[in-house]
Design a protein around this ligand. Structure first.
Ligand code: KG4
Ligand code: ZN
Length: 325
């Protein structure tokens, strides 16, 4: 069964055709990173205008490159939240138009569920029950997943999301936007020689990253305490150690069969290496390129929702603060 996925929740306009939730037939992404870099972050109004220009060509390319006809597509799935309102509106409106014109069912997907389902696209299928660490620009969540679409939130961040902390520290160091990939690259050239505080929380699954960030701001106020690679390596290690420790703790506590990673920060090389080393159970993670926003993940999540009977009406609306569980 072939599903068309459409994604436009932040600054990537994407469309993809995925077969049976696991096999990517096409995966088109029009990135706006070059447009937003000069502002040091995503400008919502600029993002929605760029989505408008890209959305139909990207959908056309995805269907064309998959080598399928509209008749072979079983459903149109789209992220309807969480995300930037203007950005979401473009993808949802395009998906509704395409579904109506082709007579296909429409399925609205939570963008964060999409990130989770990127794990079904690597050939290494996760086993339930599993612990999912979702780490993106807006989220840091530890989730227990007991079956398709069955989630229990164990804990999340009390302040900054992990990706947000990477982006803010990169801005502090003048490394540009998005910060995660640059810090990751710099960290590989350095050693974690600065000791940074770990937030002490009153429950085992909550996170806090604003303390590390503020500590670094203070340390760097007059002059840098170490080289850029060493600061990046120290910051990254501190974030990764916290993420891994809590994830492994949850996996033990809930007798998980698998740990999975999702969201943009799941592309981080330190996180990928450390979790594999420390985990008592099998670890699955999406290929790096599928960690950040894409539509293949939306089509995969859409497939599992669709075969379980989920359908959206053509009055599907965006929900910018949509929660998963
Ligand atoms: O999931 P995503 O593409 O968008 C959201 O839904 O937020 O995540 C984007 C976030 C950004 O904060 C970016 O800096 C971070 O993921 N990121 C990384 C890496 N690649 C992207 N953070 C750390 N290391 C990376 N290699
Ligand atoms: Zn995302």
């Amino acid at each position: 069964m072939k599903i068309l996925g459409i994604e436009s929740s932040c600054d990537e306009t994407a469309a993809s055709v995925v077969e049976n939730g696991t096999e990517i037939l096409s995966n088109e992404v029009a990135s706006q990173i070059d447009i937003h870099t000069k502002y040091g972050g995503v400008v919502p109004e600029v993002a929605s205008r760029a989505h408008l220009e890209a959305v139909y060509p990207v959908i056309y390319e995805a269907v064309h490159k998959a080598g399928v006809t509209w008749d072979e597509i079983s459903a149109v799935t789209v992220s309807y939240g969480p995300g930037l309102a203007g950005s979401l509106l473009v993808g949802v409106s395009a998906a509704k138009a395409v579904a109506y014109a082709s007579g296909k069912p429409l399925v609205g997907i939570n963008h964060m569920e999409g990130h989770i389902y990127a794990n079904w696209l690597s050939g290494d299928i996760p086993e339930f029950p599993l612990i999912c660490l979702t780490v993106s620009g807006g989220h840091t969540d530890l989730i227990l997943m007991t079956g398709h679409g069955k989630y229990k939130m164990l804990g999340s961040t009390r302040d900054d999301a992990a990706g947000e902390a990477f982006d803010k520290v990169a801005r502090l160091l003048g490394l540009g936007y998005p910060g995660g990939p640059v810090i990751d690259r710099e960290a590989q050239k350095g050693t974690p020689c600065i000791s940074l505080p770990h937030a002490v929380m009153d429950d085992p699954y909550s996170f806090s990253f604003s303390g590390i960030k503020t500590h670094l701001y203070r340390m760097c106020e007059n002059e840098l305490p170490a080289s850029i690679p060493d600061i990046c390596a120290s910051f990254q290690k501190s974030v990764v150690d916290t993420l891994v420790e809590k994830t492994v703790h949850a996996a033990r506590e809930y007798n998980a069969k698998t740990i999975i990673l999702s969201g943009g920060v799941a592309a981080n090389s330190g996180l990928r290496e450390t979790i594999k080393k420390e985990s008592p159970v099998r670890v699955c993670m999406p290929p790096r390129g599928l960690c950040t926003d894409n539509a293949a993940m939306v089509a995969s999540a859409g497939y599992f929702r669709f075969i379980n009977g989920s359908r959206s009406d053509l009055d599907l609306d965006i929900v910018p603060n949509l929660v998963l569980c």
